[in-house]
Design a protein around this ligand. Structure first.
Ligand SMILES: *Cc1c(COP(=O)(O)O)cnc(C)c1O
Length: 241
């Protein structure tokens, strides 16, 4: 068994135990493998071990990697789903609209509008999450919690997007109580949108929350998709461009 396959089993075990502790079904939490800074061989090792969803932060790196994976293993590559989890500049929306299945980091209407306009007709709608900033200043990406509902209502109207949920990257905090507090604020935003009754929310089911260090706390707070990088692929050894 490769190291990545063993890591995958270990992370799946953590998810299963966290679900059990929270009284949730293990199948209610998905795993997004964050492969940024790692190459096509690592993606393929994870894919051969059964992983299908991959998250990437840097667009050019992601496109190069997708092409390399497709060249090495075309049939397996066709089963993979790519999630953009990095900030989206408005001059890069076309790349996201054309090459990803999901975008987690929609935090303003202008970006959502461009993604919808640029989503190619032959592809299904782009799955999107609203990124919420529950703990940072204005410099941090993500919409403020009090503005998230209005943004979600607008995004839900866009024809070529499918609003799937809420995503957040809380700053690391010490200890379970502090983690619970910050994760709870993300969950509140998710619940408020889910309950608002606006049209276009029929598929709103995803809380993208939790990484290697805090996935248990995120699952306790209701996460349905944990984004795990170093726990699967090891420490990232070079600073990404
Ligand atoms: C890098 C990254 C992750 C993975 O972080 P790990 O701590 O390595 O698990 C998850 N989400 C986002 C948005 C990231 O940028």
């Amino acid at each position: 068994m490769t190291t990545i396959a063993a890591n995958l089993e270990h992370v799946q075990g953590r998810i299963a135990r966290a679900c059990e502790a929270a009284g949730r079904a293990p199948a209610s939490v998905g795993l997004l493998a964050v492969s940024k800074t790692f190459g096509a061989p690592e993606v393929l090792q994870a894919a051969h071990a059964g992983q299908r969803a991959f998250g990437e932060n840097y667009l050019q790196e992601a496109l190069d990697k997708r092409a390399a994976v497709a060249a090495l293993a075309p049939e397996l590559a066709a089963e993979l789903r790519w999630h953009c989890i990095g900030p989206i500049q408005s001059n890069k929306t076309r790349l996201v609209a054309e090459h990803f299945h999901w975008a987690h980091t929609v935090d303003r209407l202008k970006i959502a509008q461009r993604l919808s306009d640029q989503r190619p007709e032959q592809l299904p709608p782009l799955m999107v999450c609203i990124q919420v900033n529950v703990d940072g200043g204005a410099s941090k990406s993500g919409v403020a919690p009090q503005e998230a509902l209005a943004l979600a209502r607008d995004v839900a109207q866009l024809p070529r997007l499918c609003l799937r949920g809420v995503m957040s990257i809380p700053d690391p905090v010490e200890g379970p109580a502090a983690q619970r507090a910050v994760h709870g604020r993300v969950r509140e935003v998710f619940d408020a949108i889910a309950a608002c009754g606006a049209p276009g929310l029929e598929h709103f089911d995803t809380l993208s929350l939790g990484m290697t260090a805090d996935l248990e706390a995120a699952i306790a707070a209701g996460s349905t998709l944990v984004r795990v990088g170093s726990g699967l692929f090891g420490a990232r050894s070079y600073p990404p461009a």
